[in-house]
Design a protein around this ligand. Structure first.
Ligand code: ZN
Length: 228
């Protein structure tokens, strides 16, 4: 009799864990380097500002295996075409090999078509300014009701300041500094902030241990965003 109870328990346990698995839905953001991100919901694969030219402008290098691990039918989205964000030859090669599409400020209208192609997905585009770049865009991605802002290299906090209560904002540290200088409050803009594009020589610390700020100084780090 005792044995039977155990078996029933075991079966129940399997049932429960299966249910949990099928209900675990999340967006994963993997930090590759600089502003390079891999974002997936498990079905579609989006790469932001990657591939770039490894080590360009004394920013982060990445392992060549990163290029080999790019998934099928990738969607490559670029904020601008500086070489620490964009490597034209590499991305064209990958897109050709894997059936990928490439979007940048130069075909931003085409990018809006992705809204119809992916499930529960919307991308909004913001023309933003960046020194020495004639064409720079920031993006707000809403995927499965989670809002993720991709700032890119812009030095101006006015655009992000128009957002409210989004889930994650990916911003460089100079955007925080610009907001501070201008008295722009970012507190209510986003629940979480990821600081990216940290250079190997930069010393950036989260002194107040603000749990809403995540420093992306370790390549390969993964942020998970669960959704219902
Ligand atoms: Zn840059």
């Amino acid at each position: 009799m005792k044995k039977l109870v155990k078996i029933v328990g075991f079966i129940t346990l399997i049932g429960v864990s299966n249910v949990t698995l099928s209900q675990t839905t999340e967006i994963k953001v993997r930090f590759i380097g600089n502003c390079g991100l891999y974002i997936t919901d498990g079905n579609s694969n989006i790469y932001i500002d990657f591939p770039y030219k490894s080590g360009a402008h004394n920013y982060m290098e990445y392992d060549l295996s990163e290029l080999d691990s790019v998934k099928g039918n990738p969607i490559f989205i670029y904020t601008h075409k500086h070489s620490d964000h964009f490597a034209g030859r590499l991305v064209k090669k990958l897109a050709k090999k894997l059936g990928g599409k490439i979007y940048s400020p130069w075909n931003v209208k085409e990018l809006l078509k992705v809204n119809d192609e992916l499930k529960d997905f919307k991308i909004e585009v913001y023309k933003t300014k960046h020194r020495f770049s004639i064409n720079h865009y920031s993006y707000l991605i809403t995927w499965h009701n989670k809002e993720i802002f991709i700032s890119g290299d812009t030095e101006h906090a006015e655009t992000i300041a128009t957002l409210k209560d989004i889930d994650w904002a990916f911003i460089p540290v100079w955007l925080l500094m610009d907001a501070n200088e201008k008295g722009i409050k970012l507190k209510e803009v986003s629940k979480m902030f990821a600081i990216y594009h940290i250079g190997p020589g930069d010393k950036i610390t989260n002194d107040n241990k603000d749990h809403r700020i995540k420093l992306l100084d370790k390549q390969g780090e993964i942020i998970t965003i669960p959704y219902n």
